[in-house]
Design a protein around this ligand. Structure first.
Ligand code: PMP
Length: 411
């Protein structure tokens, strides 16, 4: 099928008339190689089908939410059962209390839970709570870290006023000196530090957190009676069955969650400790859909699965197998490749590839052969990726490396 005669291209042409710029946000396929699909027909397990019937083993997992596989029966049945009883109602379902109790049981620092819809709701609410806590204004965040699409954090400048960011001070992730400089600049007006569990910025190699840096974040907040906020929206429950710095012995005051917590159903959460409890009634946050019960039922079922299944060990094992396979293949073809990030959230970038041309050639080969990789964003492995899926993926990647090795880009 010629690429301009596909269902996908027809939809893209129609979208140009009725959807801003044809598509917006992080799911726009516009910046991908031409053969990447924009529209999908369905998804199941670790597989996606596009609107032209092509099937892919998916390494994006909906950009993170799909932890247990698309259409996980236990999760989707829990949501459907609640949906039948009532979803958006004039008040929440009893499942809200059960869900909050389950979060408090699972996540060490959490004494309460507030539910919202997107990760941005949770990170934005965290900022408001931190500022209200002591009436201070300055918030420290890492340069280039993604915390959502509100005016205070969106990566593009459109519609953002200088004033929207007037009280944010930026530091370099993992750089203790720059963190301390930012804290000095904030002086006695420090509301808090918002930080991701490791450096998972787009376009670049991922970096594990330096435990000393994490300790310093906690210590500065303690010294200044400020709030440590962990943005666990992307990494939450993919690194631990706890908040992501718990294994370092560091607990935040607030943590923002989204994505994995309901395996794709729309819900996010802000979790907080006793220290922040008294501040909460003073911060007004809400939304028409924030109390919808079906997503809460899905989240409760997801938390049960997180507690009771070996999903975490499985995604690490699958991620390890994929990483080792890719590294061996790249070395065999003499291709410089950097595989960074936790194995279950892999980032893959080629050496000497400032414009991602190698990623494009390589990724396009994969798309043509039923594997969906991202050219510059970290990827995700779900509990539905099996050993056979990884083996099949590695057969395709081997040929993709061969194609790249023979292309002029390899020179
Ligand atoms: N924080 C992090 C670390 C994220 O990865 C994301 C989403 N990619 C967000 C916040 C915002 O979440 P959402 O897109 O659900 O608003």
């Amino acid at each position: 099928m010629s690429p301009d005669k596909t269902n996908d291209s027809a939809l893209r042409a129609r979208a140009l008339r009725v959807i801003p710029n044809g598509m917006y946000g992080h799911q726009s396929a516009r910046r991908f190689p031409a053969s990447y699909p924009q529209y999908f027909e369905r998804a199941e397990g670790c597989r996606l089908w596009d609107v032209d019937g092509r099937q892919f083993i998916d390494y994006l997992c909906g950009y993170g939410p799909i932890l247990l596989g698309y259409q996980h029966p236990k999760i989707d049945e829990a949501a459907a059962r609640q949906q039948k009883k009532g979803d958006v109602m004039t008040g929440p379902g009893s499942v809200m209390v059960e869900l909050a109790e389950e979060f408090v049981r699972l996540v060490g620092h959490a004494d309460w839970a507030l539910f919202c819809k997107n990760g941005t709701d949770a990170t934005s609410t965290a900022i408001s709570v931190a500022r209200e806590y002591r009436g201070s204004r300055k918030v420290l965040i890492a340069e280039k870290a993604y915390h959502g699409s509100a005016v205070w954090c969106t990566p593009l400048p459109g519609g953002v006023l200088k004033e929207d960011r007037a009280h944010f001070i930026y530091f370099k992730y993992n750089d203790i000196e720059s963190l301390e400089r930012a804290s000095e600049e904030a002086g006695g007006d420090l509301a808090g530090i918002l930080v991701s569990p490791y450096k998972h910025d787009v376009y670049v190699d991922q970096e594990p957190v330096n435990p000393d840096f994490a300790q310093r974040c906690r210590a500065i907040c303690d010294e200044k009676d400020a709030i440590l906020m962990l943005d666990d929206v992307r990494a939450g429950f993919r690194l631990a069955r706890e908040s992501s710095w718990a294994r370092l012995g560091i607990q935040p005051d607030l943590s923002a969650w989204g994505k994995t917590i309901a395996n794709g159903h729309p819900i996010s959460a802000l979790l907080g400790n006793e220290r922040c409890r008294a501040t909460m009634p003073k911060v007004y946050v809400t939304g028409s859909y924030w109390f919808a019960a079906a997503a809460m039922a899905a989240s409760l079922a997801t938390l049960h699965e997180i507690s009771s299944s070996g999903y975490l060990e499985h995604i690490v094992r699958m991620g390890d197998m994929l990483r080792q396979g890719l590294a061996t293949q790249a070395a065999a073809y003499g291709i410089g490749l950097r595989l960074t990030g936790p194995v279950q959230m892999p980032q893959m970038l080629f050496d000497n590839d400032p414009e991602y041309k190698k990623s494009f050639v390589w990724g396009e080969y994969l798309i043509g052969h039923g594997v969906y990789f991202h050219p510059w964003h970290n990827m995700f492995i779900s509990a539905a990726h099996s050993e056979n899926d990884i083996k099949h993926t590695l057969q395709v990647t081997d040929r993709a490396f061969e194609v790249l090795a023979k292309s002029p880009l390899a020179a």
